[in-house]
Design a protein around this ligand. Structure first.
Ligand SMILES: C[S@@+](CC[C@H](N)C(=O)[O-])C[C@H]1O[C@@H](n2cnc3c(N)ncnc32)[C@H](O)[C@@H]1O
Length: 243
């Protein structure tokens, strides 16, 4: 049996909006209507209060959210959350804030982490740019994961790409000294744009002086699988905030 989005929006009105009211911005995502399976709706009912952080215009203290002072890693655009879930489960020395607007993937990850009772992860369904700007303190984030961001391949769509100078500067500001940004894409020309953009931000340095070797602990994501099937080259970019 399937239920519509509306069912959970009635239960949890906070989930309805993904953008700041009255603020018009270039969107790096497209929202499509999603029919949810019953387990996804039930996941919201069962786990929303323990795992989901609603958008507020207020900087959060994540040591209070997690009740410990492990370093915070933020993933932007986790899709189906396959890699997110495995990383949180295996690399328990970090806390994770996983941000995604796509409701189907969001509720799937919520179901997984809720059923397994993972303690080091929280989820947000909101535009990551607004969430970072308003809710995350400067110099507080140990790392950012951005795996296979939408490539927006047509030239006229390039302005919708997430990784642009202003966004990179925002990430740099949120990082602790030595903190990292780890981005991966199967779109060669976007990978080159990432290198250029990060290079243009004074606070960031690239220890690899180009693409990074693959990182052993990153599991394959859904979009990576699709890219590999089409024989796309996968490029990894790892930069750090100067210490
Ligand atoms: C191409 S998918 C990749 C998903 C996943 N990381 C993977 O590799 O399978 C990019 C995802 O980023 C999400 N996204 C794009 N812009 C976003 C934003 N500003 N805030 C939150 N999520 C965003 C989209 O909804 C989409 O699910």
């Amino acid at each position: 049996m399937r239920e519509t989005q509306e069912t959970i929006f009635e239960d949890v009105p906070d989930l309805r909006t993904v953008e700041r009211e009255g603020v018009r911005s270039v969107k790096s995502f497209v929202l499509r209507g999603t029919r949810l399976k019953r387990f996804q709706v039930e996941a919201v009912r069962a786990y929303y209060h323990d795992y989901v952080i609603p958008y507020e215009e207020r900087v959060l203290d994540f040591t209070q959210v997690f009740n410990n002072d492990k370093p915070l890693v933020i993933e932007i655009g986790f899709g189906m959350g396959v890699a997110t879930h495995l990383i949180a489960k295996e690399r328990t020395q970090y806390n994770y804030l996983a941000i995604e607007v796509f409701l189907s993937g969001f509720t799937k990850l919520l179901d997984k982490v809720g059923k397994e009772g993972l303690e080091n992860i929280r989820l947000m369904r909101f535009d990551a740019v607004a969430a970072l700007t308003d809710m995350v303190g400067d110099s507080t984030v140990a790392g950012f994961h951005i795996f296979f961001p939408d490539p927006w391949p047509k030239k006229r769509q390039h302005k919708r790409r997430l990784i642009q100078r202003e966004f990179a500067a925002l990430l740099a500001r949120k990082l602790v000294p030595g903190g990292y940004i780890y981005a991966v894409t199967d779109w060669v020309e976007y990978a080159e744009q990432m290198l250029e953009v990060f290079d243009s931000v004074e606070e960031l340095e690239n220890p690899h002086h180009g693409f990074s070797p693959p990182v052993s602990w990153r599991p394959q994501t859904r979009f990576e699988e699709k890219g590999r099937q089409q024989e796309h080259q996968i490029n990894e970019v790892w930069v750090q905030r100067r210490g």
